[in-house]
Design a protein around this ligand. Structure first.
Ligand code: K1U
Ligand code: ZN
Length: 170
């Protein structure tokens, strides 16, 4: 297994639209294992392939307390989203240190394949539903800060670029 580098906002590669996974095979299972290791190492609850510069429709999630219930979604599609929505604080491993409110559906249903290529449906609410919607956005090239005002977004962009410059100097 390997830790993968996570792209940081405002890296333009985060705006790439992911293509469907063509085949669920050993290459994909290795990527799944590496993404899970990367997500756990970064203390995240989710990770989209886009964030590790792989532009295929693949998401890993684990919202369990014990960090022992990984969910793998290959070629996920949201088939239903509740009309009931709520604003909740979100974070993103590609925008470290930034948390802000985003409006999301309270519940969603997702159809996807698992790491064995089996079709499955996930019915989610609460943090899992929020995380699925956040990760699905990544596959469409959308980062959560794009829901914020242009003023907030520009401040975040400036802060991230400054942090990158300082890291490069160190
Ligand atoms: O996609 C990502 O960058 C992962 C992201 C997922 C996410 C967190 C919170 C709301 C929506 C989506 C994270 O894991 S951010 C860091 C984190 O561990 C966290 C933040 C808030 C609540 C729980 C965990
Ligand atoms: Zn994110």
């Amino acid at each position: 297994m390997a830790l993968l580098p996570i792209l940081c906002y405002p890296d333009p590669r985060l705006h790439t639209v992911a293509k469907p996974v063509a085949q669920v095979d050993d290459r994909l299972r290795q990527l799944v294992a590496d993404m899970l290791e990367t997500m756990y190492d970064a203390n995240g609850i989710g990770l989209a392939a886009t964030q590790v510069d792989v532009h295929e429709r693949l998401i890993v999630i684990d919202v369990s307390e014990e960090r022992d219930q990984p969910i793998v979604l290959v070629n996920p599609e949201i088939t239903w989203a509740s009309d009931d929505k709520r604003v909740g604080d979100e974070g993103c491993l590609s925008v470290p240190g930034i948390y802000d409110g985003v409006e999301r559906s309270l519940a969603v249903k997702v159809r996807a394949q698992d790491a064995q290529g089996q079709e499955r449906t996930v019915e989610a609410e609460g943090l899992l539903a929020v995380c699925i919607q956040h990760e699905m956005d990544h596959l469409l090239g959308k980062v959560f800060v794009e829901y914020l005002s242009p003023l907030k977004r520009n401040r975040i962009k400036t802060k991230m670029l400054k942090a990158r410059r300082e890291a490069e100097r160190a």
